[in-house]
Design a protein around this ligand. Structure first.
Ligand code: ADP
Ligand code: MG
Length: 140
């Protein structure tokens, strides 16, 4: 039981369908606090830099094009075990495998357009949060 922060992105398929509020409701119902939030249009270099760990994956080019296809909402979530708690309510990467009631099961369009990003470790969360937010923008 550790108080943690994690980086969340509501992806372009979510902003396009106007369901960011529905996703935020699931986040808050899970006991996670949205302690920073802003809407951005990513540039291609920004998307490539954020997903640099996936640069060698076959879907990297498509993923970056998808992430710049419309606005995103980037967020810092805080709560007990926030990294694993958010991964749990997000559901599996492929919505076909995501558990009942999860964000991706309920909202994702495809394995690519899967509505949300969440950091996969506390270490990566710290890096990803500082990619998007300054300390002044985070109000716990
Ligand atoms: P997660 O977002 O669940 O941590 P990954 O880090 O493996 O998943 O992948 C990052 C993102 O790349 C996914 O959320 C999804 O948008 C996209 N993606 C993953 N696998 C595929 C795939 N096989 N085809 C297309 N896009 C994919
Ligand atoms: Mg990932």
């Amino acid at each position: 039981m550790t108080l943690q922060r994690t980086l969340s992105i509501l992806k372009p398929d979510a902003t396009r369908r106007n369901i960011t509020g529905k996703i935020n409701a699931k986040i808050e119902e899970a006991g996670l606090n949205i302690i920073a939030q802003k809407r951005l249009q990513l540039s291609l270099p920004q998307a490539q830099a954020f997903y640099a760990v996936h640069a060698e994956r076959s879907f990297f080019g498509e993923l970056c094009q998808f992430m710049i296809s419309g606005p995103v909402v980037v967020q810092v979530l805080e709560g007990t075990d926030a990294v694993t708690k958010y991964r749990d309510i997000m559901g599996a990467t492929n919505p076909a495998n995501a558990k009942e009631g999860s964000i991706r099961r309920e909202f994702a369009e495809s394995i690519e357009a899967n509505s949300v990003h969440g950091s996969d470790s506390a270490e990566n969360a710290a890096v990803e949060i500082s990619f998007f937010f300054s300390q002044l923008e985070i109000v716990a």
